[in-house]
Design a protein around this ligand. Structure first.
Ligand code: UDP
Ligand code: MG
Length: 322
């Protein structure tokens, strides 16, 4: 197949930003100095996720000096996952790379990703080999989470791989068709398939500013992950229920026989209370699980837009919308 004049390939870097005024400067300068010799064009799509500090003003001041920068300003804080989704929707590149703007995803890795992509890989994962910059509790809980997901769902989420990865246009187009609101990006990404390879890197500590995650948010993200990937927690109750019913039946038979043979002995308060409390706990737990799924169903069925864009800066008119 003859190729006419080859257009330089375009890579879209997608950086969600929430109150990141302290790092934006270093982020842009590091990206620029790292990618100056790379043989593709690139754009930096900055998604301002409802920052309450001067992130947006700083972004706008940079756009005048750097025409690679594009801004999507969301109307309020939507959370990283949706901010990233907005960025992916607006990306016009032949490949997209979600990247944290705190430089924890080292820009040097992008060069390697692009190399792999040009070799023909459609998805290039970046795996952290050293997480000493995270606390042991974070590392331990996250490894526990991945093991759990591996066991209860069909999808294998590679451990220690974050959102930082390269997606070819083909993969990107598939991701764009996923419109669920409660989304767990890593899970969506992992469900894609395609010709995939992994490169390894060392995760740096944050360049400046503070992490936006706390354990409560991480717990909610983990829950989102489990619920969006598998309905096992919902189905398991029929088995638990069957188990409890069978043991209840056996215990019932035992009680009847015992009463017939040995007569009635009335003290039984303790065992009654234990069974009552345990069973009510189990029932409430089961209702809670149903509630988790039901509430998501409720949110999804309304099919509201995933994010609200207040303003975009730097895109051509031909850009797509949500
Ligand atoms: N972020 C966002 N919206 C949020 C929280 C975070 O867009 O509600 C962005 C944040 O600006 C950063 C990236 O997501 O670019 C990762 O956040 P952070 O560094 O706080 O997370 P960590 O690296 O600690 O997991
Ligand atoms: Mg970070």
């Amino acid at each position: 197949m003859e190729e006419p004049i080859r257009r330089r390939q375009l890579v879209s870097l997608i950086a969600p930003m929430y109150n990141e005024e302290e790092v934006i400067g270093v982020f842009f300068s590091t990206i620029d100095s790292t990618l100056k010799d790379v043989d593709v064009d690139y754009e930096i799509i900055c998604v301002n996720d409802g920052s309450t500090d001067s992130t947006l003003d700083i972004l706008k001041s940079y756009i005048e000096q750097n025409n690679r920068i594009k801004i999507i300003d969301l109307s309020r804080n939507h959370g990283k996952e949706l901010a990233l989704t907005a960025g992916l929707d607006y990306a016009s590149g032949d490949a997209a790379i979600p990247i944290d703007c705190d430089l924890q995803d080292p820009p040097e890795v992008i060069i390697e990703m692009i190399k792999k992509w040009q070799e023909g890989y459609q998805v290039v994962l970046a795996k952290r080999i050293d997480r000493t910059s995270d606390s042991w509790l974070k590392r331990w809980t996250s490894s526990l989470f991945y093991k759990l997901i591996d066991n209860i769902s069909d999808i294998h989420i590679p451990a220690n791989v974050g959102d930082f990865r390269l997606l070819d246009r083909v993969a990107l187009e598939v991701i764009k068709t996923y419109r669920e609101r409660t989304r767990f990006m890593k899970g969506l990404f992992a469900s894609l398939g395609f010709k995939e390879t992994t490169i390894e890197y060392i995760r740096a500590p944050r360049a400046a500013g503070e992490t936006k995650w706390n354990y409560w948010k991480l717990y909610k993200l983990a829950l989102e992950g489990i619920i969006s990937l598998t309905s096992l927690p919902l189905k398991i109750w029929s088995y638990i229920g069957a188990g409890v019913a069978i043991s209840g039946f056996i215990y019932g038979v035992y009680l009847i026989v015992k009463t017939l043979v040995f007569g009635v002995d009335s003290p039984g308060y303790a065992s009654l209370m234990v069974v009552l409390l345990f069973m009510s706990g189990l029932i409430l737990l089961c209702l809670g699980v149903i509630g988790e799924y039901l509430s998501r169903l409720f949110v999804e069925i309304k099919a509201r837009p995933l994010y609200i864009v207040m303003e975009t800066v730097g895109f051509d008119e031909s850009s797509n919308d949500s």
